[in-house]
Ligand binder design. Sequence first.
Ligand SMILES: Nc1ncnc2c1ncn2[C@@H]1O[C@H](COP(=O)(O)OP(=O)(O)OP(=O)(O)O)[C@@H](O)[C@H]1O
Ligand SMILES: [Mg+2]
Length: 228
Amino acid sequence: MQPSVALHHRTIRLGSRVVLDDVTFAVAPGALVALCGPNGAGKTTLLRALAGLLPGCARPDPRHVAYVPQGAHAAWGLTVAQVVALGRIPHADAAAAPVERAMETCGIAALRDARIDRISGGQARRAMLARAFATEADVLLLDEPTADLDPAAAHDVMCLLRRTAEDGRAVVAVSHAIDLAIGYAHRVVVLAGGRILADVAPDQALDAAAAAFGMRVGIDPAPRLLPY
Ligand SMILES: Nc1ncnc2c1ncn2[C@@H]1O[C@H](COP(=O)(O)OP(=O)(O)OP(=O)(O)O)[C@@H](O)[C@H]1O
Ligand SMILES: [Mg+2]
C-alpha cells in the first residue's frame, strides 16, 4: 500500500540552519505513529513538511490531510461549534453531521455554544482536535495533541487516536509523553538534532528515547496513575 504522506531523504534548511537532515518518513493507513524527541529536534518541522507548509514540500489536498499546529489556541470570538465547522471549509459544504460527530468523538459536544476564547486550555485543545476530525481527512498530523490535557484526558485522546488509526486512517502525533507514545502508538519515531534516531516498535522505543534525551532507563516502583 502506498504511504499516505511521506518524505524521502529530505533535508530542510530554515534560515541558515539544517533543521531536518536526510529524513525519510512515511505513515500508512492503519497506523498511529508517535513522534518523540527533545525540544528543537525538528518534530514540528517534520509535521509541517508533511503538511506541505514548507518551501519545496508538496502540498497535499487539505480534504485528505488535516494538520493541527502545536500552539493552536484561538483567540477569536467564535463558538466551539463554529471553530469545529472550520474543518469543513476545504469541502465547500456546510454538512452538519461531520461537525456533530467530531464534537461527540472529541468529548466537547456539551461546549458547542461556548466561546472558544472562554473555555479552558484542555477544552480548547480538544476543540482543535475536533476541527481536524471534522475534515474527515485520511491523514491526521497532530502536534502535541495531549499538551494541556489532564492525565485521564491524555489517555482518552491517545486511545481515540489509536482507534482512529485502526479504523483505517493514518495518524502522526508528536508527544513528549513517552509513556503514552509507547502505550498507544503502533510505531515510535525518535528525532534528535534533525535526524531520525529510531523508527521502531513501541517495545523498543524506550532505549532510543533515553539516548535522545540523555537519560537512563530504570524501573520506578513509585505508584502512578494508570488508565482503567
Ligand atoms: N522558521 C524558522 N527559522 C529558523 N529556524 C527555525 C524555524 N523554525 C524552527 N527553527 C529551528 O528548527 C529547529 C527545530 O524546530 P522544531 O520547531 O521543528 O522543533 P521541535 O522538535 O518541534 O521542538 P519542540 O519540542 O520545542 O516543539 C529548532 O532549532 C528551531 O529553532
Ligand atoms: Mg514542536
